[in-house]
Design a binder for this molecule. Structure first.
Ligand code: NAD
Length: 298
């Protein structure tokens, strides 16, 4: 029997805990965590993601606000917006939705965010701290939301993250947003980690060796059932919209889900797996960033 790991339920439990903690912070110190999300341009997928982030933030009591700028905005204007939020004590978390239009240098913008407010965890200082960990990440480290969500899903499936110790883990995909930080987290929990990518040879064989498999590639159902090790735990990060012959469309992951059922020990569905955890971890990072700033400010 394959366990389908319910990311929606796990994310709802995390949000309920956060709502209680946010309410206690407000009652005790009169502080409301503030999150600002910058959306540049009209990419429909990005627009949908930021709407969800704003709605979920408000549901847990975080003051979440999206600022939308037209795609022609200059890099200087984006940097000025980030600088204003860096200086605003009511803003504890800053997120710039990616991708940015081609004329804006993503690196410059990400590096302009105060690392203490970098709730996406993409600033080189936070990425560097994650890459150089010698054990599980400390509470105050802002870890990228999707890999952190994957780690919590693994904890849910395995019962305890100590179960990762010595396990053969494969991360498929080497992006700075998912693959690399995921590999760093698995390594920090003592897994034996391999990273495979578009230039890797014989992906099927790499997958067959993996007891833990995290797939973040963005290719619909690339990973076939026959590639999966029996009794492995599979986290499918991919979100791919595919069309059907009747003109409708649906979301599928990077793993052929139906083929995996009955073969692996546990797998996340798409939708309803990693996606909700990503948003919940963003809210968690915002609360952590807020707490940290209160400690620093005294
Ligand atoms: P990306 O395009 O930045 O990186 C994809 C990676 O996959 C690259 O490292 C590339 O080398 C590798 N790759 C591409 N084709 C391959 C192939 N045929 N074989 C092996 N490796 C291949 O993407 P990303 O930002 O890491 O996102 C990956 C997927 O995860 C996308 O579907 C994205 O929509 C999804 N995603 C989901 C969430 C979520 O919250 N659920 C968050 C972020 C990304």
């Amino acid at each position: 029997m394959t366990r389908v790991i319910d990311g929606r339920a796990l994310a709802a439990r995390l949000r309920a805990r956060l709502a209680a903690e946010v309410a206690a912070l407000r009652a005790g110190r009169g502080i409301v965590p503030g999150l600002r999300v910058l959306l540049v341009g009209e990419d429909p997928a990005s627009a949908a993601y930021v709407r969800t982030k704003e709605k979920m933030a408000r549901e847990v009591g975080i003051d979440g606000r999206v600022v939308r700028l037209p795609s022609e905005v200059s890099e200087a204007e984006v940097l000025a917006r980030v600088a204003a939020w860096n200086a605003d004590p009511a803003v504890h978390g800053i997120l710039v939705q990616l991708p940015l239009p081609a004329h804006i240098r993503t690196r410059s913008v990400l590096e302009a965010i105060d690392p203490a407010k970098d709730v996406d965890g993409f600033h080189p200082l936070n990425a560097g701290r994650l890459a150089t960990l010698s054990g599980p990440p400390p509470e105050e480290l802002l870890v990228p939301c999707t890999p952190r969500g994957c780690l919590l899903l693994l904890e849910e499936a395995l019962g305890d993250l100590s179960a990762l110790r010595g396990k053969r883990a494969l991360v498929l995909g080497r992006s700075t947003i998912v693959g690399r930080p995921m590999a760093a987290l698995l390594l920090a929990h003592d897994a034996t980690v391999t990273i495979a990518h578009s230039r890797s040879r014989d992906l099927a064989e790499e997958c067959r060796r993996a007891e833990i498999l995290v797939v973040a590639v963005g290719r619909p159902e690339l990973v076939r059932g026959g590639w999966l090790a029996p009794d492995s735990v599979v986290i499918d990060v991919g979100i791919n919209r595919v069309g059907a012959a009747d003109g409708t469309s649906r979301l599928v992951g990077d793993v052929a889900f139906a083929e995996a059922l009955g073969r692996v020990a546990a797998i996340t569905p798409v939708p309803g797996g990693v996606g909700p955890m990503t948003v919940a971890c963003l809210l968690d990072n915002t609360l952590r960033a807020c707490r940290r700033q209160l400690v620093v400010e005294g």
